[in-house]
Design a protein around this ligand. Structure first.
Ligand code: PLP
Length: 470
């Protein structure tokens, strides 16, 4: 007891530590309150270590000498952003947990320009009076999709809710049972419908719905047919669903509008690039759908947004719905979406410059070259005894509930170490300064090169070194 009392007398005061040059030189870089919190935390740890006998006579001085370094490290860690960049080496392109679609440089430049200056967000420059924030995107969206009119809200879930609330509140909406889906993050078609005030009339069965199922359900209270693109799953085998073509005949006969939740919202024909065909927005409009909704940050490759396109009379009604105010998009979204959509005016430029599309269409040869380059870089920095590496064939996923059956052949660099288990290795990479998110399979780390950018190779090398040399 007397022993530890003596040790406690070594503990410096908070003010003393603040004056220590190692700490004081950080005072103009880090908030004072953060440094004070760190000092208190490190002193608590020190006291506990003395109490627990971890610190003894012979090592107290050394520990006290290290204290300012611990404080600075702790404060810098605290000062880091909580939302921060990570390296996505999972091969899942539209990874909802990792931020879905990436913005290209061109798009970012537009966001900076618009948000670090005043803008004409709600100002009509021609008339010199109040304008609408929805006007900036309408022209380009209608041009690309062929729709009469367009508006944009916060996300596709909000878009669906707004559409149903505007067109079908207190009325009935007919949906096939095969399309009553749940999307990740608790978007469930029946629940969204309930929130909108529309009544769900589900028809058909899980695997088969026929046109007469829809027709039999029609009454004077029917406000719309809803088609939902079952983007994250497929029913295979004995199935049939009603095509837009068939539904169009009912729409004509009964004058009931067709609403479609397309989910992903592709604007180009992906089959041209060797991928599974995913119904495009243009195709729905051409086939007579009155209102189509889709996401901005899935296959479109833009910011989080919900895009609504279709008949002008309906869109005008939606703009007047009070929910629109609650779902409205900010200037970051509008500038990012406009920047992304501009790239679609030239399809080659879209595929080249929109990261999501670029990652989907990158060639296997290029992936192999990337894997090779990364392997060489790691070879140069890390001794062979520490790491085993191999380039392996594997599959990437599109993700985001899109193209669920599409398996994209890819090249992975696999890593394993005799020093640490793969689970430990994965965790150290994940907890690195810039987290590197990987997959463990067959007791190896898989780095899928499809979602790793060339300028992230240095980070991976540093992260792997850090993991193995700890
Ligand atoms: C993803 C998805 C949604 C939700 O879109 P968010 O933009 O994430 O709100 C709704 N419906 C379908 C069919 C989807 O695939």
């Amino acid at each position: 007891m007397g022993e530890s009392k003596k040790l406690f007398s070594f503990i410096p005061k908070v003010d003393e530590l603040l004056e220590n040059p190692i700490i004081s030189e950080k005072l103009d870089k880090l908030p004072r309150v953060t440094i004070l919190d760190s000092i208190r935390e490190e002193l608590d740890i020190l006291r506990d270590d003395i109490k627990d006998g971890v610190i003894k006579d012979e090592n107290i001085e050394e520990r006290i000498k290290k204290l300012p370094h611990f404080v600075v490290e702790n404060a810098e860690e605290k000062n880091n952003f909580k939302l921060k960049r990570v390296v996505n080496a999972t091969g899942v392109i539209i990874h909802t947990n990792l931020g879905r679609s990436l913005m290209s440089e061109k798009v970012i430049r537009n966001i900076i320009e618009v948000s670090s200056n005043y803008s004409n967000l709600e100002y009509d420059l021609e008339l010199g009076q109040r304008g609408s924030r929805y006007s900036h995107l309408e022209e380009i969206i209608t041009k690309i999709t062929g729709a009469e009119s367009a508006m944009v809200v916060n996300n596709n879930a909000a878009a669906v809710l707004l559409v149903l609330s505007t067109l079908a509140k207190d009325k009935e909406v007919i949906v096939s049972r095969g399309e009553l889906i749940e999307i990740g993050g608790s978007f469930r078609v029946p629940e969204v419908m309930e929130q909108s005030g529309a009544y769900l009339v589900d028809v058909g069965t899980t695997n088969k719905t026929h046109i007469w199922d829809y027709e039999n359900a029609i009454n004077e209270n029917t406000a719309a047919f809803l088609k939902v693109h079952t983007s994250n799953y497929r029913i295979l085998g004995f199935t049939s669903s009603v095509s837009l073509e068939e539904l169009k005949s009912l729409k004509k006969k009964y004058e009931i509008p067709i609403v479609e939740d397309l989910g992903s919202g592709v604007l180009i024909d992906l089959s041209k690039y060797g991928l599974e065909y995913e119904p495009t927005v243009q195709n729905s409009i051409k086939n007579g759908v009155d209102i189509v909704t889709f996401s901005g940050d899935k296959l479109l490759g833009g910011p989080q947004a919900g895009i609504i396109v279709g008949k002008k009379e309906y869109i005008e009604k939606m703009k007047r719905n009070p929910l629109t105010r609650a779902f409205r998009v900010d200037k970051f979204t509008i500038s990012a979406l406009e920047g992304t959509l501009k790239l679609y005016l030239d399809e080659d430029s879209a595929v080249k410059n929109i990261p999501t599309l670029n990652m989907m269409t990158i060639s296997l040869d290029e992936l192999e070259r990337k894997a090779d380059r990364l392997k060489n870089m790691l070879n140069e920095e890390i001794s062979e005894e520490l790491i085993q590496m191999q380039i392996e064939d594997d599959y990437s996923e599109v993700g985001g509930g899109s193209l669920p059956l599409e398996k994209l052949p890819t090249k992975c660099l696999t890593l394993s170490s005799k020093k640490i288990s793969s689970a430990q290795f994965e965790k150290r990479l994940r907890c690195f300064r810039i987290p590197i998110i990987t997959r463990v399979s067959k007791d190896k780390i898989y780095l899928d090169l499809r979602t790793v950018k060339n300028d992230e190779f240095d980070i991976i090398v540093e992260g792997v070194k850090n993991a193995l040399e700890k």
